[in-house]
Each structure stands twice: as structure tokens, then as C-alpha cells.
Design a protein around this ligand. Sequence first.
Ligand code: EPU
Length: 481
Amino acid sequence: MDQFVIHGGTRLSGRLSIKGSKNAALPLMAAALLTDQPVVLRDVPDLADIANMRRLLIELGCDADYEPADDPASPGGVLRLRTRDESLSHARYDIVRTMRASICVLGPMLARRGLARVSMPGGCAIGDRPVDLHLRGLQALGAEIRLDQGDIIARVPPGRAGKGGRLRGARIFLGGPFGSTVLGTANVMSAATLAEGTTVIESAACEPEVVDLANMLNAMGARISGQGSPRITVEGVESLRGTPPEGWRIIPDRIEAGTYLCAAAITNGDLILDNCPLDAMLAVVDRLEHIGVTVAPVADPIVEAVTRGSSGNGAARHDSPFAPDPMRTTVRVTCSRILQPVEVTTQPHPGFPTDVQAQFMALLSLADGNSVITERIYPERFLHVAELSRMGARLLRQGPTVVVSGVKRLVGAPVMASDLRASAGLVLAGMAAQGTTIVSRVYHLDRGYERMEERLRSVGADIERVNVKASEPVTTTDSCS
Ligand code: EPU
């Protein structure tokens, strides 16, 4: 089992390019089940979760060939998907338990094949994570759903749904006790593309990953509008084609970007991040600026020269194909020596993302005063609290809130990763701590951060991956992302 050994105290400085988004890629991959035409995805990161989803799609009758990027600075590789056999419809427990996001295949498979059997994902380290809203949405589209042997069996019953065994458009409310659901919206929206008639999803998730999915589906012939707002309308079509020949370029990963912004800040560093989806990160940047971290877009001299030239009057033209893309900017992050405490509350997008909460907790552990972090998406997502405390952080948890009393320094310690983002928080703390930190169970990190230790080392971190003989049982069933 691999662990990271981190010698803290070095400042990060240099340049990193953000990879394609894992959480956008997974439902985009599942969308290949909606058509028998080729779906080509670009900027696909090389991650354990992507490999798991590939494995699942292959089991469901898809060809799935991944070509990793040659250049380590590239946002990711190319994934070519094509459904060959539509008679298969069982997403088995063995695969689903390795990755909760396997649930994304439910809507596409049901809509296209009329039948889907998907193992019900269990709870995970960050909370119970039910899928009731996914099921409610698909039922509203006419699906009949029952549970058998821990599997969700969904089918389009003849007679009850639309003509020719199709789902039937409906008005659906997808709000739950913690707001909307990202993958639930992806599932229902994907299924509705092939339904008969119009579907309106109210309280839809506004996350950029849902927008990317809707945009790709539209490029494949779907008729979706309102993506990015809480009301999404889908006019069903009979069939979808594949992606355009040049493929679909996945948006950059806002959570990876947020993590590296925090890494620069916690080490008092100076980093330039390319391919940064700044437009999708306003809540994170807002909190960072309150803390005393500067995140400034860096003008690209080539883009500037071309846009000035094409407008002819020296002003940048935003309709030019060379206009800067707010989802793919270059930013420089620098930090004042004294970090100010802040309040952070996680919320659905465009609020502060729960997936950056642990990293912020590490950062605020070193602020000059008391910060308050409230978790409104997963009220139990605090497994990193005990581990950060082992490194000298002063944290007081009461229910979904943690009071973080800043300390002058953290001290290295052996700590244990518990889920993907908690692990990232521990790595950041380790880079800022005095002495040596050993983060074990880094397989959690490999689910969502491509070669994290190599990338951090390239900008000055003293971090290495070592393989140790497992002296504790290895659990590969955690499936948090
Ligand atoms: N919820 C319900 N019922 C449902 C679905 C969700 O009550 O049917 C609740 C959840 O328990 C949670 C809240 O609604 O309290 C939001 O959950 P959501 O369904 O939006 O989460 P998800 O779609 O399963 C995605 C990301 C997570 C991220 C959340 C929230 C992927 C693959 N996963 O999960 O990412 O935390 O949205 O933004 O997109 C990660 O990358 O580390 C990760 C956990």
C-alpha cells in the first residue's frame, strides 16, 4: 500500500496546469450509453475513478479505449467510447462498490435499453448518500423501479411510458434536504433526452459539471436548455448521434484547481496555474481573498496580441475565437504572510464547494484567529478533523460546524487518509508542518488527483510516494467520490 512521506516547510513556486475534471468526465462517459455512435472525450485525466468507469462501460457493452497524454503538462488524454452491445444491462456490485459514481449509468441505460440493473451504492466515509432523488426522477419519467438483491432494477413498462418503449417527459422536482443532487440531475437529464415529450427539472443542480454534460448532449443532438440554472428543460428526441469528430473537451477540474490554490497559500508560495476554471470558482476565490491570498488572472500575451489585432482598436473582443476563456484562464496565486480567519459555509454551486472544505480547514488552521466552517452538503464530512488535530490543529466540532482556532505552526505526524478530499487536506497540512508527515492510504488520492506527488514536487514540495507492505487490511471498497 502506498503512502506519502512529506517533509514540510518548503514554499511552492512554479507552474502547474489543471487537469480535466473527474466529476465532469464520469457522467460524460456514462452518456456514451445513450447512443451507438462514437463518443470521443478529450482532456480526460488519468485517474483510478476514470479507470473504474471504463471497466464498467466495457462490462455494459461499450468499447472504451484510453490514450493517455504524452505531455505530463497536458490536461489529459483521449477516451474513445462506442456502444457495441446493448443487450447487457447489469452494473454489478463488484464494480459499483469501488465507485459510487457508477450510478451515472442508470439513466442513460434505462432510456436507451429500456432496462437497467445497477447495484445500489452503499453509504461511504462522507455520509449516507442516498439515491432516492435519482429514483424519484426516473419514476416520474415513467420508469418502474424495484429493488432485488441489493440491485436497483429500473425498466420502462410497456403501456405506461411513451410510445415504442420510451420514457415520457414530465415535470420533476429534484430538491432534497441538502439542496439539489448533482449526479441525480445528470441521470434524469440524460434519460430525458430520449424521452417522448418535454421534461422540466425544477431545483436542478447548477454545477458546472452538469452544464458540461448538457452542452455535450446538445452537441450530440439533444435539446436541453436552462443548464446552469435551477430549471432545466429537455425536449426529448428519438436518438442521439455521437460527439463532433474533434471530440468533446472536458472542462478543467475546479476542485483540483482549488486544492492547488490552497497548496500555494498554505506554503506561502507563488504559483501560476494554467487551464484554471476561474469562472466556476468564484466562491473559493472570494474566501481566499478574505484570508489574504491573491488570485490574479495572468494576461496571455499571445491571446492579447491576437484579440487586439482582430478588433483593430486595441480593445479585446470577446466574440473573437481568441478571446480569453473564463473557464480556462491562467492565474497567479500569492499570499500574505499572515492569514486572516474567515467563515466558510459549503453550499450547492455557486456556493462554496464541499469538495474543498477539508483543504480550507488545513489552511485556516494556520490563520491568525478563529474561523468557522459549516458543512451544509455532508454534515458528517469531518473525518480529517481528528487527523489534523494530531498535527496540532485546534479544532472544535459541534455538529456540522467546526471552529478552527489558528495556531502558529503545525507539526508533522503519521496520519491516515479517509476519503479523497480529506486526504488532500492532510497533504496540504503536511507541506506546511514542521518535520515529517506520513499520509497513509493514498489510494484515496489516486481516485481524484493525477500524480499529485509528482506535480507538487515539480513546484518545490518535498514529497515522495513509498510503497510499504500492508500491515493493515487494505480496503478498496471505499467509494466516496
Ligand atoms: N442526496 C439525497 N438524495 C439523493 C441524492 C443526494 O438526499 O438522491 C443528498 C446527499 O446525501 C448530499 C446532497 O444531497 O447530502 C448532495 O449530494 P449529490 O447527489 O449532489 O452528490 P453526488 O452527485 O453523489 C457529486 C460529486 C461529489 C460532490 C457532490 C456535491 C461526482 C462524481 N461526485 O456527488 O464529489 O461532493 O456532488 O457537490 O460528481 C468528490 O469529488 O470528492 C466528491 C465526493
